[in-house]
Design a protein around this ligand. Structure first.
Ligand code: BG6
Length: 454
């Protein structure tokens, strides 16, 4: 097998809303007001009305795993593991506390410290500007990205952070999994639906303005320093038809289009015909100058997450009967990873950075250790398939797992759904010492990076 490029970024990811805590020095974000619990959390993602009624209980995203206080200790562990890159996100709600949009210097300084600490160890910082954590004040006042004014606010936000950090941060990612907005409008679009709203209409508004906002990040970075590299993260989920019936194949295509439509605009700089038609159907105010702007400001690379594949079926079959599943029902499909990477590169021909891949499951602490051979096996198989994709000719510039350490899970708000190389002693109800314990996978990844990084 061809050796990996020496500059390949072996790394891992975390996000502010899932790890930071530090709640008293910032404002609320959309995920902060979602209580712990599988059912409740999903309801919150979209249903109108629930938002107004905040039940008592533990709000895990407000607490995170206290990276805000422990970042030095955590980064020292990441360095010990040998990470060459860390992707993290900035919380807008730490930089601008309200609609006055006056810069909160304390917030900017926190990320100065994080970046400097990473660079001290030679770890490449990769920043996501919004990772499911739209400030709540933007949601309450403007209904997130369903409103054009949010694009102007976003512009001010990214101008502030890019100006501040561009001398130390080369890779910028606008949004986390833009296409997940298809089913999580509240969390990804920052829009709350009213009972009278047409969901698809609001989705298309958010899509349009998020695409404009993405192009604004591209322009801001390139204007400040033409060598900065900008990507947007999409969830890479290959879809298989359940049967050879034409209807299942047609559904598969529909599924792929609804995922690819965002990347098409961000990389090719124009709307594919079906997306253009949808925008027209929903009477989105598409101005000629916007279309020109989108055309001129396209991505340098695609950031992609990969966890599972999906299924298209006209019957009520939700998951692929041919594949194993995790404890949380996510299909395990390493081969799908290679398929997805090839499909994506064939369609876009720009470098790809894998920014999330990992196994979320329960871990057991045994005599102060975590023997997570299941996670090692999962990652090993996925890395093998990624290497095959590289052999196929796909240009991949980095592989970052989810997640460097245990953080609050997004879908369920659980701590016990763990992805990290480092166990964090925090339980679902918020109890625990917060002690950090490297798992077996920590040492496995350390060795892998040493061997492959050479
Ligand atoms: C990705 C998100 O979708 O998947 C992360 O970017 C998330 O925020 C990860 O944590 C795993 O999903 P979950 O819901 O199991 O935490």
């Amino acid at each position: 097998m061809k050796p990996m490029n020496k500059n390949f970024l072996w790394g891992s990811s975390i996000s502010g809303g899932q790890c930071e805590g530090g709640f008293s020095s910032r404002k609320e974000t959309v995920v902060d007001i979602i209580p712990q619990g599988r059912e409740t959390r999903f309801q919150y993602l979209d249903q109108p009305g629930i938002y107004l009624n905040r039940p008592e209980g533990f709000y895990p995203s407000q607490a995170g795993v206290e990276f805000y206080e422990n970042y030095q200790e955590d980064i020292a562990l990441f360095a010990k593991m040998g990470l060459k890159a860390l992707r993290f996100s900035i919380l807008w709600s730490r930089i601008f506390l309200d609609e006055k949009m006056e810069v909160n210097e304390e917030g900017l300084m926190f990320y100065d410290h994080v970046i400097d600490e990473l660079l001290k160890y030679g770890i490449e910082p990769i920043i996501t500007t919004i990772h499911f954590d739209m400030p709540l004040w933007v949601v309450e006042k403007y209904n997130g990205f369903s409103n054009r004014q949010t694009v102007d606010l976003y512009q001010k936000y990214v101008e502030t952070i890019v100006n501040r950090y561009h001398d130390r941060v080369k890779y910028w990612i606008s949004f986390c999994e833009i296409n997940v907005m298809n089913h999580a409008l509240y969390m990804v679009g920052g829009a709350i639906l009213k009972p009278t709203d047409n969901r698809e209409q609001v989705l298309h508004l958010c899509a349009y303005y998020k695409l404009l906002a993405n192009a604004i990040l591209v322009k801001t970075c390139h204007d400040i320093d033409s060598t900065l590299k900008v990507g947007c993260e999409v969830a890479g989920t290959p879809c298989y038809p359940l049967t050879s019936l034409p209807i299942d194949y047609a559904l598969m295509i529909q599924n792929e289009r609804s995922n690819n439509r965002y990347t098409d605009v961000m990389v090719k700089g124009k709307f594919p015909y079906y997306f253009l038609k949808e925008m027209q159907d929903y009477q989105i105010d598409m101005r000629p100058e916007d279309l020109q702007f989108l055309k001129e400001n396209t991505l340098d690379f695609i950031a992609v997450s990969y966890y599972k594949s999906s299924l298209a079926s006209h019957e009520d079959v939700q998951t692929n009967p041919c594949l194993d599943k995790t404890a949380f029902g996510w299909t395990i499909d390493p081969q799908g990873f290679r398929i997805m990477l090839n499909n994506m590169y064939e369609r876009y021909e720009v470098p790809i950075m894998v920014v999330e891949n990992g196994l979320g499951t329960y871990d057991t602490l045994e005599n102060g250790q975590i023997h997570d051979d299941y996670r090692i096996e999962y990652l090993q198989k996925h890395i093998e398939q990624m290497e095959l994709a590289i052999q196929d000719g796909v240009e991949i510039i980095g592989y970052l797992t989810w997640s460097a350490m245990d953080v609050v899970s997004t879908s369920e708000g659980m701590m016990s759904k763990r992805y990290g190389f480092i166990y964090v002693d925090r339980q679902d109800d918020g109890t625990g010492s917060l002690k950090r314990i490297p798992k077996d996978s920590f040492y496995w990844y350390q060795k892998l990076i040493q061997e492959k990084g050479e």
